[in-house]
Design a protein around this ligand. Structure first.
Ligand SMILES: Nc1ncnc2c1ncn2[C@@H]1O[C@H](COP(=O)(O)OP(=O)(O)O)[C@@H](O)[C@H]1O
Ligand SMILES: [Mg+2]
Length: 260
């Protein structure tokens, strides 16, 4: 549970870590990800309580040391952290912006992600609701899971791009080419293994994407993200043939939506 609080006139956030949950669903997702070689989509352990607090505090420290705009930890207690305010919800900003404003916000976020990756950083869940905007800078929050527990750095960075693409795709349902162009430009700066992982991953998911186009809104957003990231990483890489037709059955899509 996360709630805004005020300390000496300053806005801050109290984050309390409940019990770990979703073990069964995460186990299933992990199985599917392994079975179909979707390594960058393997879910990291979802711990609760003090273990989650420790992971988040450690990750925030690492990211801050890498020069990333994350909130400072200003207090801590049993299964709880107090964090500096990092700005408004990026999601709310996206919702309120017009097309041009949205493009500026998304470009700024892509820049921030690309620069962070160049410094060796990774995020895990850079969805719009886990990003902040203070009017000038994009910031990042929510680090209680650590993808490096189950994958390497290039995979974690590829996962970041897929997550981000998934998160913003719903704002580009009318203008997917625009998002695709921005994504391609951003991924140009990524290192070759990251582009290759993103490409292989999205290649394997392509048919799922096509199938899900007929389905609900968030499935369509995921589908767009997959197509966009895939398009953005085409250069020089042969598409891995999708060997996972079974994976494309409707029911499995819910598993992917665990990431949201
Ligand atoms: N340091 C912060 N600065 C600004 N907003 C925050 C901060 N921490 C949390 N929030 C707000 O609270 C929400 C939930 O926090 P988050 O850390 O993402 O927890 P959860 O694990 O529940 O997703 C965020 O989407 C954001 O709107
Ligand atoms: Mg969150």
């Amino acid at each position: 549970m996360v709630e805004p609080i005020v300390i000496e006139g300053q806005r801050a956030w109290l984050k309390q870590y409940g019990a770990g949950s979703r073990a069964l669903a995460l186990g299933l997702l992990s199985f599917v990800a392994r079975r179909f070689q979707l390594d960058a989509l393997r879910p990291p352990p979802h711990r609760g309580g003090d273990a989650a607090r420790e992971t988040e505090a450690r990750r925030l420290g690492e990211l801050q040391a890498q020069g990333i705009n994350v909130p400072s930890v200003i207090g801590s207690g049993h299964a709880a952290l107090v964090l500096e305010d990092n700005g408004s919800s990026f999601n709310t900003c996206l919702r309120q912006a017009d097309d041009a404003g949205r493009d500026r916000l998304v470009a700024a976020a892509m820049d921030a992600i690309a620069q962070a990756h160049q410094r060796g950083a990774y995020f895990g869940q850079p969805l719009p609701r886990n990003l902040t905007w203070d009017g000038e800078k994009v910031g990042f929050i929510d680090f209680e899971e650590d993808p490096l527990e189950v994958m390497d750095l290039a995979q974690a960075q590829a996962r970041d791009w897929l997550m981000f693409g998934y998160g913003v795709a719903k704002y580009y349902e009318q203008r997917p080419q625009q998002l695709q162009a921005m994504m391609a430009a951003a991924m140009d700066t990524a290192q070759a293994p990251v582009r290759e992982h993103a490409h292989a991953l999205t290649g394997r998911l392509q048919r799922l994407a096509r199938a899900s186009m007929k389905m609900g809104r968030s499935a369509r957003a995921l589908a767009h993200a997959i197509i966009i990231v895939h398009g953005a990483t085409t250069l020089g890489v042969l598409m891995v043939l999708a060997v996972c037709a079974d994976f494309l059955a409707d029911g499995q899509l819910d598993i992917l939506e665990l990431f949201t």
